[in-house]
Design a protein around this ligand. Structure first.
Ligand code: CIR
Length: 255
């Protein structure tokens, strides 16, 4: 059960966020704000209390809260983002996490780099992408911290996506959405995988919360597929965040 979420308002500087798809255009900040309002409402509709942090103009990508911490039922781990322009963001989530976790259960990555978008939690096991943002030393540091809390991790190679959860997402039970290179990956062989069609690859990044699933607007096949698994679907438009490589999970921490 997820009780709490933390989000950060997008900054005007989001138009300068890191992007691999400049052909999608520049984000419309006003529309992004309205989409953020809708996203918060969707999290509340799923039963979460949402803490909304203020925008940080000096960090164009700082609305993507997921990357700066990994929040688990036993501890919170402050990450060490691999993107240089984002690394400083991590300091600004600590005070907020102290309201939810005892200080001794807040851990810090001190070796290597890791971003939360590369971390997929399935119960007490964590799949961690080896990406341009998350390296071996970051993975090893993360796995050592998890072991303190009797949790485990597996490293997963990535070739075509930014973060692990850009391409593969666990919903609940045995359900997993897998796009592109993850459709046939043996490491996820024990899961019942829904293959995300190539034209809808962006919608692999859905978000399971308390029995409901947030699905990005504009992906009818994935919407139908998620409904077909028996979930209530909540549609949220993230078009402006997509322009800077962000999706539904990237916009919050959930615990
Ligand atoms: C970045 O490149 O860091 C941002 N423009 C997008 C971050 C997306 N976050 C995520 O997948 N968890």
């Amino acid at each position: 059960m997820f009780k709490n979420c933390i989000v950060r308002r997008p900054s005007r500087s989001m138009i300068n966020g890191i992007t691999s798809t400049p052909e999608l255009g520049t984000p419309d900040y006003e529309l992004a704000l309205r989409q953020h309002d809708d996203y918060i409402r969707a999290l509340e509709y799923c039963g979460c209390k949402v803490t909304v942090l203020p925008a940080m103009e000096e960090y164009p990508d700082s609305c993507f809260m997921e990357d700066v911490a990994v929040v688990t039922p036993r501890c919170a781990i402050i990450t060490n983002p691999g993107a240089a322009s984002r690394n400083g963001e991590k300091a600004f989530v600590v005070e907020t996490l102290k309201k939810f976790y005892p200080e001794e259960n807040i851990e810090y990555i001190t070796e290597g780099t890791i971003e939360g978008g590369d971390v997929m939690m399935v119960g007490t096991h964590f799949y961690v992408g080896k990406s341009g943002r998350t390296n071996d030393a970051g993975f090893q540091n993360f796995a050592r911290l998890l072991a303190k809390y009797e949790m485990t991790a597996t490293q997963v190679e990535l070739h075509t996506v930014l973060h692990l959860k850009t391409g593969v997402v666990h919903l609940s039970g045995n359900h997993m959405l897998a796009a592109q290179e993850f459709i046939d990956r043996p490491v996820f062989g024990a899961f019942d995988r829904v293959a995300v069609p190539a034209q809808e690859a962006y919608a692999a990044n859905c978000l399971y919360i308390n029995g409901k699933v947030l699905v990005p607007a504009g992906f009818p096949r994935m919407e139908a597929a998620v409904r077909g698994l028996g979930y209530e679907v909540v549609i949220v438009d993230t078009s402006e965040y997509r322009k800077i490589d962000g999706g539904l999970s990237c916009l919050s921490l959930r615990f």
